[in-house]
Ligand binder design. Structure first.
Ligand SMILES: [Zn+2]
Ligand SMILES: [Zn+2]
Ligand SMILES: [Zn+2]
Length: 266
């Protein structure tokens, strides 16, 4: 089964342009003669396959991203972790969840599920629940590396990744993997990242960072894991799209908002 993956956002937590910044990349991101690929909203992806729409994360830009890409329905959402740039669009699932037949299924590891329950507690209250809260059913993922769930005929495996001092969740689905907010890949996750067509990796900037992979390190992961194609995401204003991409081998590209890829998901 073929799937289409759309980058709803490809930016780091602060987005590009970064508020208050006048650097060349931030200026290029919004000026009429700049490079629109430098305009990076907060990171998430949409997967479309078999007539279904599945999201990985809903960041604070989700409302604008959904309008831009014409997202008119969502059938499931998987979350990577509970940081603001990945969960703050959760409330914008409300109108989309009302159209669903049952409750919209949400998948997350235990720590992320607890963060979502805490931040959006009015959604999950059993008494005095806010009446037009999102109609969702939160499913906690099996913590074992590589364990997963079948979602509309595609198998999503949980791939633990290191995000600074935390361990968070990346996903493998069919011939693709999405590893955002990753400073390292633990040994136990490597067997689940073989024979990839598409590998999407965090690459924040040129210089090393305590909780995100940087360009050189992400290139090394690509060389180690040997996917057919790799795309970098969660990028900050350090990376100008055209000049950075010109330094990369042809099978490694920088993602940009709205970029679409096709791959086999099942
Ligand atoms: Zn992030
Ligand atoms: Zn800047
Ligand atoms: Zn994060």
């Amino acid at each position: 089964m073929e799937a289409t993956l759309t980058f709803l956002g490809s930016g780091t937590s602060m987005g590009v342009p970064t508020l208050g910044c006048d650097c060349a990349v931030c200026t290029s991101a919004i000026s009429p003669d700049g490079d629109p690929r430098n305009r990076r909203t907060r990171p998430s992806i949409r997967l479309a396959y078999g007539g279904h729409t599945v999201l990985v994360d809903t960041g604070p830009d989700f409302h604008a991203q959904a309008l831009r890409e014409g997202v008119r329905r969502v059938d499931a959402v998987l979350y990577t972790h509970g940081h603001a740039d990945h969960v703050m669009g959760f409330d914008d699932l409300r109108p989309l969840s009302f159209h669903a037949k049952g409750n919209l299924p949400i998948y997350a590891d235990d720590e992320t599920a607890s963060a979502i329950e805490r931040i959006f507690d009015y959604t999950f209250r059993t008494e005095d629940r806010y009446p037009t809260s999102a109609r969702v059913q939160l499913h906690r993922l099996d913590p074992a590396p590589g364990a997963g769930v079948d979602i509309f005929g595609a198998y999503f495996r949980r791939i633990p990744v290191t995000h600074g001092s935390q361990q968070i969740t990346g996903y493998r689905f069919g011939s693709a993997a999405y590893l955002t907010d990753m400073s390292d890949i633990p040994e136990e996750s490597l067997p689940f990242l073989q024979d990839l067509d598409v590998l999407i990796l965090d690459a924040l900037r040129h210089d090393p960072h305590p909780s995100h992979s940087h360009l050189e390190k992400s290139i090394a992961f690509v060389e180690q894991l040997k996917p057919r194609r790799a795309f970098f995401t969660h990028m900050g204003h350090d990376l100008d799209h055209a000049t950075t991409e010109a330094t990369l081998p042809a099978h490694i590209r920088l993602a940009y908002d709205g970029l679409q890829l096709r791959f086999e998901i099942a």
